[in-house]
Design a protein around this ligand. Structure first.
Ligand code: ACM
Length: 419
């Protein structure tokens, strides 16, 4: 068993047979989960039973990776249903062909969600017909055809593309295009050329909700994903606290103060997505997340349990385990010297759903934020081999780190990745 990905259970009875993709005997077994499969491997061939098309796909991917398949029984299926990766074309644009390449690599690693961070302070990458200045001002962007191609290419590989439209902070590119969405329309806000947390937020007008309802209506038409990510993170409230009109709206709406305005905006948009049959996802930072939305817990490993106990379904994304844009050590040229993420620490991530709310943990996701990754080559270099380690965590086969290191060189070579 020299390669990744590998099956969770192998009962080997001795000997191997070569994998022949055309020689499989295929059956379906509804008792298996939709992504699970079982391979009975005999000297004369392989019988592959799967719980659905995704199970067959993962069975084939695993047998292909093994090459020489041990005679016996392979029983396999993922630990988590949500096995995601975030790409950030908002900070530095990522061409469509690179996104397609990453989808291939996700699928080879049996990862099944690609979150596309399409909007931020530094860019707006999604054309919106009703508000064309978003991309006219917001910089290089995809076309609708590009995005449809990405979605279809991903679907063929059992990857769901989850779009992210970040509100009510991280909106500086939108404010540059439509100043009337901001708290001070005369301020001349520009698309941000720097990194960090912008002070600018959306204002609290009904017309601003209407604007983002238009945006989300186009988003759900383009992306069939059951989930739409609304951001919600790193939203400073100082602008609302300092703006008389925002304070007037806070009073009118009966909100307790500027802190509550954040939840008001996201709550309105969560409700709109619900009407359109979609679930919202947001970055969880505190206990007042919008009800009904899925929480991505990025701050630490403990907040997964907090969000689950607060009634959210959860995707665990603790930054010190899953932010693959962080350098692995000083030799990478650290941009934030207090934050590193070594290969060993990705592999050692042992996501522990709270025992009294285990069913609320949908899965895990790795992030490739783009601030310090100016080209696709940088993204790929940061992604691997740590994404291979993360994929074993997500599937549930991580354990023996030395064994993983021994399997890694041939795995990377097979996928044409730098070792
Ligand atoms: C985040 O890193 N602001 C989700």
């Amino acid at each position: 068993m020299s390669l990744v990905p590998r099956p969770r259970e192998v009962i080997a009875t001795g000997g191997v047979v070569p994998y022949d993709p055309d020689g499989l005997e295929l059956t379906s077994d509804p008792a298996l989960g939709p992504e699970a499969y079982r391979a009975e491997v005999g000297p004369r061939g392989i019988a592959l039973a799967s719980g659905g098309p995704a199970g067959e796909f993962y069975g084939r991917a695993t047998l292909r990776a093994l090459g020489d398949v041990p005679i016996g029984t392979l029983a396999d299926g993922p630990r988590f249903a949500w096995r995601g990766v975030l790409l950030d074309p908002a900070r530095h644009f990522l061409p469509k062909d690179f996104v397609l390449r990453m989808i291939d690599l996700l699928a080879e690693h049996r990862l099944n969600v690609l979150q596309l961070h399409l909007t931020d302070d530094q860019g707006w990458r999604l054309p919106v017909r009703s508000h064309p200045r978003l991309t006219e001002v917001g910089g290089e962007h995809y076309t609708h055809d590009d995005l449809r191609e990405i979605v279809a290419y991903a679907a063929e590989r059992f990857v769901t593309v989850v779009p992210e439209i970040n509100v009510p902070g991280h909106v500086q590119a939108a404010l540059a295009a439509y100043p009337e969405l901001g708290n001070d329309p005369g301020a001349g806000v520009q698309v941000w050329q720097g990194w960090g947390v912008s002070p600018h937020t959306l204002n609290l007008e009904e017309s601003t909700i209407d604007f983002f309802v238009d945006v989300l209506d186009e988003v759900v038409d383009l992306f069939p994903s059951p989930y739409v990510h609304l951001g919600g993170d790193e939203c400073l409230t100082d602008e609302w606290a300092a703006t008389p009109r925002a304070l007037e709206r806070i009073a009118e709406l009966g909100l307790s103060g500027p802190e509550a305005a954040r939840g008001w905006i996201t709550g309105r948009l969560v409700a709109h997505l619900e009407q359109r049959g979609r679930r919202a996802v947001f970055w969880y930072e505190r206990a007042d997340g919008p009800a009904g939305a899925v929480a991505m817990t990025w701050l630490d490993e403990e907040s997964g349990a907090l969000a689950a106990h607060a009634g959210h379904d959860v995707v665990l994304t603790p930054h010190l385990r899953t932010y693959l844009d962080y350098p692995t050590g000083y030799e990478d040229g650290p941009f934030a010297p207090d934050r590193f993420l070594a290969l060993r620490d990705v592999y050692g991530f042992d996501p522990q759903p709270p025992t009294d709310a285990a069913g609320r943990v949908l899965g895990v996701q790795a992030q490739l934020w783009g601030e310090y990754l100016p080209t696709p080559a940088h993204v790929e270099r940061q992604a691997f081999p740590r994404l291979s380690a993360f994929a074993e965590v997500a599937w549930g086969t991580a354990g023996d780190y030395d064994g993983f290191l021994a399997r890694l060189p041939s795995h990377l070579a097979r996928l044409g990745l730098a070792t």
